[in-house]
Structures are given as C-alpha cells and as structure tokens.
Design a protein around this ligand. Structure first.
Ligand code: M6R
Length: 610
C-alpha cells in the first residue's frame, strides 16, 4: 500500500530517497514526502500527488544530508493532501516518522497526548506516533527505547521508520503486520517496505518479523523485540535483478507482464513437472505431503484475482484430487468463526504475500490447527514465512496493479498440486502423464495467443466507450469470467460483471440490449453446446458478442460479432489460456480511454490494510 524507504551512510540521501520512492509508487501514490537530518538541521518536504512533483519541489532547494526517510502514501485516514502526507513530526520538528498500516487505537492515544499539550495538525492516525515517541524522549529515554515504549501502547498494524535530530546516527524501524526490510551496504544501510526500493544499492536483505524493532546505523544494525529481548537476524542474499522490475521496452508494466506469461508459467513449472511419472515434485510440500493427501477437506482463501485462482483450484481439486474443496474470501473467513478441523488443509493464495485480510485469515487458521499452506509469488513475504509450508509461484515481480502473470502462475501451481495429490491417490500413470504433457505445451500455446494482440486491440477500439460489460463462462471458465470482469473494471472503470453463463436467464438477461456487450468464454469442451444456446439467447436480444473460442471452431463466427480463436487444451488448464485475451482486452480498452493502467485510481498493488 504505502511505501517506505530510508538511508543512512556517507552519500547524499536525497536522490536515493527520491529514486526509491519512484520504485514504490506502484504501492500507493496520492502523496509523498521525505524527512532528512544533517547535524543540527532537519527538514521535512511533502507534496500531494506523484513523486515527480515532490522531486521538482526538492530540486529547487539543493538539499544535502546523509540520513533521511521517505514515504509514498495511499490514504486511509484523512484526505490526500500535503498535511496528511508523511513524514509526520513532533512539535520541535526534529523527530520524523513514516508509517504504513493503521493505528487502531489512535483516537484514545491522541486524546491522552492532547491532555499533555501535544497538538495535532493532520487528520491521520499516523501522527500519534511522533508525539507518542516524543513523550518518552522528553523523559530522557533513548530514541530506540522511546520507540519500544511507544509501540507497546499501540494497537493496530505498522511498518515504521523513525529519525531524530538528537541521535543523528540511526534510523529506528519496527514492524507489526506491514512489511519492512533492512538493506545492508558498505558503510551505508537502507530500510524499505519493499526490496524494489533499494535493489539498485544492495541485495543483502534482513527481513523484520512482527514485534521487532531494529536500530540501523551506517555500519551496523541491532534488533530487539518491543519487549527488549535481543534477536539474531539473518542476512539473505536476494536474486531479483533491477532489469526484472523495469518495463523492458513496453509502454506499461501491465502489458510487459501479460507478454511475459509464456516464460512466467514456464518458470512456475521448471523442475517441478515429472513427465515420465505423470506427477509433480514440489519441494515445499514434501514434509507435509501425507497430511495434505489425507486431508478430509481443502479450503482455499484469498482476495481478488488470487481468489479467482482459488475458484479454479476448487474445480481441479474436486475433479482430480477428489477432496471436497471450498473457496472463501479471506476477509470473510477471518471474521465469521469458521469451522476448521485438524484434518483440513487451508491454502492461502497471494501474489504479494502481504494482503492484510489473507494474512489475518492465515493466522486465524493456524490457531485452529489446520495444515496452513501458502501459494505466494513474493519470496520472503509475510504469508510465505508464516505458512507452515507452501509453493512459490515464481512468476517474477508483478508491478502493474492489475494482476496478470501472477494469476496464470497461480493456476499452474494449483495444477501441479492437483497432479501431485491425484497421483498419490487414484489417478493412473496414463492420466497423470497426459495432464503433465498438456501442461508442458501451455507456454507455446500462450505465445500463440499473445500474437492475437493486434486483433484484440482492434476489438477494444469498438468497445472503449461502452458503459457496461457482461462476462459469461461455465465450469472452469466461470472463474475466468469473474477475472475478465475484474480486469476490465479495475483499469478501465467500466462496470463489468462475471456470471456463470447458465445463471444469465435468472436475472442478468434483463440487461441485454444492443448497448450491452457480452464476452463469452466458449472453448469446445463438454459445455460447448450449452454455451452456444446462451449465445443465441443474447443474439436474439440484440446483444453484441465477443467470443473466446477454440481455433478449430468454424461454427461460432456466424453467431457472434467478434471471435478470438485460441488453441485448445484439457479443461483443467483452459483458464490459463482463456484469461489471456481478456487481460489484453481490458488493457487496450483502458489505454484507449487514456487511463493509467499500471496505477488505476483508488487501487494499490498490495492491500496491507483491512
Ligand atoms: O497480493 P494478493 O494476491 O494477495 O492480492 C489480492 C488482491 O488484492 C489482488 O488480486 C487485486 O484484486 C488485484 N488488483 C487484481 O488485479
């Protein structure tokens, strides 16, 4: 959501902070700010809007400092404006705090602080932090101790970075529920909410856990818990390169990520598909495989696009692994006292691995004793670390807010897990081999679909000004209808709904007229004839139809206005193919409307608040 970056060393921190903030903009971007300290001087500069506006403002000031923190904000409490932007500060303006997360008891804390004369200028929950820390500093505590004492009073979630003119040789950072890392350099250290902000400077990373407070100086760092227990932290070497998070010549990250899918799904399968044995090898599940295979029930919990992947997973698990499966929004799961048994397995799916609702649902499931497994893209993310075991999707960094390649990789991983369980149960070698062989052909089939980009762009021109869209699919392609609709609405702001095609006659058909485009996902599978009947029902009511159809289907062209022909595969893998034209359609419509596809309004890549 919001982004944090900080620097301490011998260089001028200002360009380091600005470049870090630019890399973090995709997380949240309604305002930005930096706070810097140099000897006896401290300065805070904030601006509403993009980091480039902040940069323009700073350029005129010729600032130099070797210690600083920066923040991009995505508003939760208080409108996006300069006052509400971070850093927030104490009355003397010599203590700066940046904060990701939500302070749930901020009203109580604020009222208490006001009684002691502390004055608040912003509408944010975050502003209690500098005043609260200040209230301990004035009693003679060190900055580190003051942060510990302040956080002991805080309820809610936070990733924070704090600097103080009285101790200009350190940044104090802490985490609870909002990611934070320390980057280790030579006579310089960094802090960030996301490694992408500091990757240009270091690949040596220390991940903070919940409840940890770290003092970061230019040549060392020390970690303790809030309750002052010393902790040994491990330094991890990360392998992600800067090139991987650049646009690679594409106009938008979203298009780059769509176009990468033939290689990203390949990476998800690499070394995991055992063709001769007709199964898969998933290192992360080896230690729990018996428990997984013998589960009485599987629950899949996630949000947004990852939840749609979970729905496809339900079809896969029930058809082949023969384990009853339920899929539930993490935000609902965490609050409804769910029935969870010790012989249940719960998969939490998340691209970022930081989604607050999914993480909270995971913690709830752990308390209830189920086997808790993660399917995450971001290595070392909170969900990945807090799951008992799991599988990384290895789709590579996904920067565009609209999830694309992460989704297809999630489907690949779900298929690999299905194969693994099914073969340990009653799936024959022959059937296992035929699924594995089909999986291996998927990357080439994706490449063929991506070649339809120009055709899809032309179709997008026809539909860019419509106000509503309906997406219909059946079976494995019903979740794809939901995902196609989500892609369109989140980046083009066109209202779109996904439905199981047969449900149309129970209500949505009333919406159909010549102004309502309907996208049918209609590959030649066992429900094809039924879908054709639905297509005819729409045609009879003058609806305009775009069909995602099999390349072998010559019949469909006379029934629909536009057809996008894609290669066939087996039903369980079809969503990996059918979703791609829908991603491209949404992308081109949004671009033609002149919208910011990578950073759609009101959205953030990683939703780390409830
Ligand atoms: O990082 P996660 O997979 O946990 O994120 C879940 C959703 O926030 C995410 O899929 C969201 O719906 C995307 N904007 C969809 O494109």
């Amino acid at each position: 959501m919001c982004g944090i970056v900080g620097y301490i060393g011998n260089k001028n921190c200002v360009p380091i902070l600005i470049n870090g903030l630019k890399r973090l903009e995709y997380r949240g971007y309604d305002s930005a700010g930096i706070g810097i300290i140099l000897n006896n001087h401290s300065e805070v500069i904030k601006n509403k809007g993009k980091v480039s506006l902040l940069e323009e403002k700073i350029e005129k000031m010729n600032l130099q400092a070797a210690l600083g923190i920066g923040h991009t904000r995505w508003a939760t409490h208080g409108v996006p404006n300069e006052i509400n932007a971070h850093p927030h500060y104490n009355k003397s303006k010599n203590l700066f705090v940046i904060h990701n997360g939500i302070i749930e008891n901020y009203q109580i804390l604020k009222t208490g602080l006001e009684k002691f004369g502390y004055e608040f200028v912003s509408q944010t929950d975050s502003e209690v932090l500098p005043h609260l820390i200040d209230s301990f500093l004035v009693k003679g505590h060190s900055l580190f101790k003051s942060v510990q004492l302040a956080l002991a009073e805080v309820e809610g979630t936070y990733g924070i970075a704090v600097i103080y003119q009285g101790e200009p040789d350190k940044i104090v950072v802490a985490r609870k529920g909002s990611p934070l890392v320390v980057g280790i350099g030579e006579q310089e250290n960094f802090v960030a909410s996301d490694v992408s902000a500091i990757l240009a400077h270091t690949k040596q990373i220390v991940y903070l856990e919940d409840g940890e407070v770290v003092e970061v100086c230019k040549d060392r760092f020390t970690a303790k818990t809030i309750m002052d227990k010393e902790i040994e932290k491990e330094i991890h070497e990360i392998t992600m390169s800067l090139d991987e998070i650049n646009k690679g010549g594409y106009p938008h990250f979203m298009l780059k990520e769509i176009m990468e899918q033939s290689s990203s799904v390949c990476n998800s399968m690499r070394g995991r598909l055992l063709l001769n044995e007709g199964t898969s090898k998933l290192g992360g599940l080896e230690n729990v495989i018996d428990q997984l295979v013998n589960s009485k029930r599987i629950i899949i919990s996630a949000c947004g696009t990852s939840w749609h992947a979970g729905l496809v997973g339900e079809y896969m698990f029930e058809q082949f692994a023969r384990i009853p499966t339920e899929v539930e929004y993490a935000s609902e799961f965490r609050y409804r006292n769910p029935i969870v048994n010790k012989d249940d397995t719960i998969f939490f799916i998340s691209q970022s691995g930081e989604t607050a609702d999914t993480l909270a649902a995971l913690r709830e499931a752990k308390i209830r004793g189920a086997l808790v497994l993660g399917i995450c893209n971001v290595v070392g993310s909170s969900i990945a670390r807090e799951s008992l075991s799991g599988v990384y999707t290895h789709a590579g960094p996904e920067i565009g807010v609209a999830s694309t390649k992460a989704f297809t990789s999630q489907l690949v991983v779900l298929a690999l897990i299905t194969l693994l369980i099914a073969r340990k149960k009653d799936m024959s070698l022959v059937d296992g081999k035929s699924i594995a062989e089909e999986m291996q052909k998927i990357p080439d089939k994706i490449s063929a679909i991506l070649k339809l980009n120009d055709q899809i762009e032309k179709i997008a021109s026809e539909f860019k000004d419509v106000k509503n869209f309906l997406y219909l699919g059946r079976g494995y392609n019903f979740p794809v209808a939901l995902e196609g609709a989500l892609k369109l609405k989140e980046i083009s702001y066109i209202h779109a709904e996904g439905y199981p095609a047969a449900e149309m006659k129970h209500g949505p058909i009333a919406l159909i007229d010549e102004n309502m485009p309907v996208v049918f996902i209609a590959p030649k599978d066992s429900t094809y004839e039924k879908i054709i009947s639905n297509i005819q029902e729409i045609k009879a009511r003058k609806g305009r139809i775009i069909a995602i159809a099999s390349e072998s289907d010559d019949n469909i062209d006379k029934l629909v206005d536009y057809s996008i022909k894609i290669p066939d595969t087996i039903r369980m893998l079809m969503p990996i193919l059918t979703v791609i034209p829908l991603q491209l359609l949404a992308y081109h419509i949004a671009v033609k409307k002149g919208l910011n596809v990578d950073q759609p309004r009101n959205l953030a890549k990683s939703v780390t608040v409830e």
